[in-house]
Design a binder for this molecule. Structure first.
Ligand code: ADP
Length: 799
């Protein structure tokens, strides 16, 4: 096969062969060195090694594999092009995959031939010898590979006349041709020249046309080439059928009708071209699943945007790409340029793309800019070489989340097919980007929660729905130092945590948040809050308030001592005041002043008494419980206030009820509470008003009520009136007489008796205070009563 046909008088030349597969590199190197005596071949198995080999002496021709571990073929070619000894005159790139963008990158680097594997060494030898013949070693490449080449047709016929005739027809029509005069040559030339169409004679020496056709259709590298059979003048129908069955695309009979022949050739070439387009499109589309896989595996924004850009630029054969992502706040911008960006042709720049981003966002569709120098949408400021651009939106689940922009250095490079392809890539990219955005914010959120959880000084414990402990933070761990509870276990009763256990049980059964003060076995006090987590158990927070409790106690002690000590000087003032008239007669003015001092000391004494009372209650008052007849007590107290009521022309009534059971109560304390309520009712009811007191049994509890039709309490004040020192401003009442402590004392006393106090009031209408106390243990059964609005019921009764 290595016939002298290839052994032309080639000039002196230095050829570099690089392939990471040593066998391939050696075979190729040997084949090329046999091309002529002046050819020196240098071979290498990696890009680095190749650069090392040619460091001191440049090469004229390079043949390199694309996929190599340390440096790919294109990177090697780019490096060799800036060799100080001169750039190679001819470059050949061999690749296993015809990735769509690869040819474009190769074209940009002025790679002369891109050969798809598998290849035959003879084919490469032919290209090499032709290149060396054409250009000579030192000449620079003159033609560019993107010029449209004429269709090349192989004429396989053993009759010289037919060859000459057909070649003339073809040349006149603008086709180029190659010839073969036997079957074996026809196959060889098909493989090495890759013609666009074959005119195949049936009767040929060595191998007939049928054999050749059969082999062509079995070889994946050439099977797609259309074949037109040239048959005898009177063709045997069997032959024609056999030829068509073997995969011939058409047949023509001799002698040839020129027009018919050329028409058939044109049709087949057109069909081949559209088939080629479909094949190319399929190849482009076949990269989509691969890109999708590549993108979905990333969770790092930087890495993901890199891949989106690189894949888009490579797939569309663009030069530069930019992605802009809107992710709360400042848009994220990322740019990518293919490695050949050192060439001046690559100095293309992106303008500020904000306007474009808004346009695409609004229109929800991409755009092609055929000439970036003459398009208002592309606002460039600097003088840059003309180029074209393509923009597609990145559609998120709810809105456009950004844009993907590519630039090509040729005007009008991008077409609608590019747009469809890029949009398909962008759709996959948008999903991956949204996933990363979500994942990132989720991770940040988790880190934030984890930091709070870890560093919180409050103990945080989570429990599953079955009550078992699922998580606890370091502060929580410190609370259970003796391993009383482990993850996966529940709190057991009787181990000192019953108050917490009660709270948990309440929250578990009501599925609502519950909060309470609880005491730890070591006497520390915590405010505990148990909150249900949707479908995921409960979270409990324990805040240590022991210190505040101690401070509160110290404050109460101080107040108690101070108010107690205050009462002594007040008593002295009172005593001497009473003695004054005995030491001599007083004039009118003196009597008047003494009365003022008397009133003020009384108020002071009451205030000190109240403060002392509250302080006592806060530190824990000892109740002297007895079986108490509240009816009797309330009647007595109501009567005590008759003089004041009379003075204000008020009706003050006690509503007597029969058979009222007794309660367990301290008669002094409860008496104090009732005096406060009746006193307030008289105080905050105007002249001619009515007040009614009563006791009854409701829902198995004792209900004591003091109702008036006085000033009432504004709704805004109602929630606070039991707070210490809280006073409501009544236009008509004697505000200066009050200190806002009475009701807080009442509340404390009632709660000490395990009872509750409530109020219903309407401004200008009156108030109804109700104390509810549990009945004494041995009390007779309750008298059932219906629930009604007590205020309106009582308002009716006192009018
Ligand atoms: P004070 O010593 O001011 O009466 P209290 O704690 O007894 O303190 O009452 C708090 C406030 O509640 C009072 O300032 C008063 O405005 C209001 N209040 C209490 N009882 C009544 C009532 N029966 N009618 C209207 N307002 C009342």
């Amino acid at each position: 096969m290595n016939e002298p046909a290839l052994s032309i008088n080639l000039p002196q030349a230095r050829v570099l062969v690089v392939d990471d597969h040593p066998g391939t590199a050696t075979t190729l190197a040997r084949a090329i060195s046999q091309l002529g005596p002046g050819i020196e071949v240098v071979s290498a198995t990696s890009g680095k090694m190749a650069l090392e080999q040619v460091r001191d002496n440049a090469v004229d021709l390079v043949i390199t594999d694309m996929m190599m571990p340390d440096m790919n073929g294109l990177e090697l070619i780019e490096k060799l092009q800036s060799h100080p000894g001169g750039r190679p005159a001819y470059t050949i790139l061999i690749t296993a995959y015809d990735v769509p963008g690869l040819k474009e990158s190769a074209r940009r680097l002025k790679v002369n031939q891109t050969i798809i594997k598998p290849f035959r060494p003879e084919h490469i030898c032919q290209i090499v010898s032709k290149a060396l013949e054409d250009f000579g070693p030192s000449k620079q490449l003159k033609k560019t590979t993107n010029l449209k080449q004429p269709h090349k047709i192989l004429i396989a016929d053993d009759v010289q006349d037919n060859l000459s005739l057909l070649s003339r027809y073809l040349v006149n029509e603008g086709y180029s041709f190659v010839t073969a005069n036997n079957g074996i040559k026809a196959l060889e030339i098909t493989r090495s020249e890759m013609p666009d169409l074959i005119l195949l004679d049936i009767n040929m020496p060595e191998k007939d046309g049928f054999e050749v056709l059969k082999e062509i259709r079995l070889d994946p590298a050439i099977e797609h080439i259309p074949v037109i059979i040239l048959t005898a003048a009177r063709p045997d129908p069997v032959d024609v059928r056999a030829g068509l069955e073997l995969g011939a695309d058409d047949y023509v009979t001799k002698p040839f009708d020129r027009r018919e022949l050329l028409a058939r050739i044109r049709t087949k070439l057109r069909a081949k071209e559209s088939e080629g387009n479909i094949r190319r499109r399929n190849k482009e589309l076949s990269v989509l699943p691969e890109i999708g896989k590549d993108l979905s595996a990333r969770l790092d924004m930087d890495e993901l945007t890199d891949i989106i850009l690189r894949r888009s630029v490579e797939t569309l054969g663009a030069m530069v790409g930019q992605v802009i992502i809107l992710n709360h706040g400042e848009p994220l911008r990322k740019e990518y340029r293919i490695s050949a960006s050192s060439s001046p042709a690559f100095e293309v720049q992106f303008p500020a793309l904000d306007d474009l981003l808004n346009q695409v966002k609004e229109a929800r569709q991409g755009m092609i800019i055929n000439d970036t120098n003459n398009d208002d949408r592309w606002r460039i400021t600097a003088e840059i070489p003309p180029s074209s651009a393509i923009v597609v939106p990145l559609f998120g689940r709810l809105d456009v989340i950004g844009i993907l922009v590519l630039i090509h250095e040729q005007k009008g490079y991008f077409n609608s097919e590019h747009q469809l392809l890029l949009q398909a890539i962008a759709s996959q990219a948008a999903i991956a980007l949204e996933n990363v955005i979500l994942y990132t914010s989720m991770t940040q959120e988790r880190q934030r929660v984890a930091a709070i959880f870890q560093r919180s000084e409050d103990a945080i414990l989570t429990f599953a729905a079955d009550g078992s402990l699922t998580m606890l933070n370091p502060a929580g761990e410190k609370l259970f130092q003796n391993d009383e509870i482990k993850l996966g276990q529940s709190l057991t009763r009787g181990s000192g945590y019953d108050t917490l256990k009660d709270l948990l049980d309440e929250a578990f059964s009501s599925r609502k948040a519950h909060s309470r003060e609880i005491t730890w076995p070591d006497k520390r006090v915590f405010t505990a809050l148990v909150t249900p987590i949707e479908n995921d158990g409960y979270v409990t927070m324990l805040h240590d308030v022991t210190h505040f409790k101690e401070l509160d106690r110290a404050k109460d002690d101080f107040i108690s001592t101070a108010s107690h000590d205050l009462r002594t000087p007040i008593s002295v003032i009172r005593g001497y005041m009473e003695l004054l008239p005995q030491v001599g007669p007083l004039n009118k003015k003196q009597i008047e002043y003494i009365e003022c001092i008397h009133a003020a000391t009384e108020t002071m004494n009451e205030l000190a008494g109240n403060i002392l009372e509250l302080a006592k209650m806060a530190t824990g008052m000892e109740l002297q419980l007895e079986h108490l007849d509240v009816c009797e007590l309330l009647e007595k107290i109501t009567n005590e206030f008759q003089p004041q009521a009379k003075a204000k022309k008020q009706s003050l009534l006690f509503g007597k009820n029969r058979d009222i059971p007794k309660v367990d109560a301290d008669h002094v304390q409860l008496g104090r509470a009732l005096r406060n309520l009746v006193g307030n009712a008289v105080k905050y009811t105007p002249v001619n008003g009515s007040i009614k007191t009563s006791v009854e049994v409701r829902e198995n509890q004792l209900s004591i009520r003091v109702v008036d039709n006085g000033y009432g309490i504004p709704a805004d004040d109602l929630p606070f009136i039991f707070d210490r020192f809280y006073r409501v401003h009544h236009e008509a009442s004697m505000d200066d007489e009050s200190n806002g402590l009475g009701l807080s004392i009442v509340k404390s006393i009632v709660e000490q008796h395990k009872g509750t106090i409530s109020v219903e009031s309407e401004q200008g209408e009156g108030s109804c205070f109700t104390i509810v106390l549990p009945l004494a243990q041995q009390s007779p059964p309750d008298v059932p009563n219906s629930k009604t609005n007590r205020l309106s019921e009582w308002k009716g009764s006192i009018k």
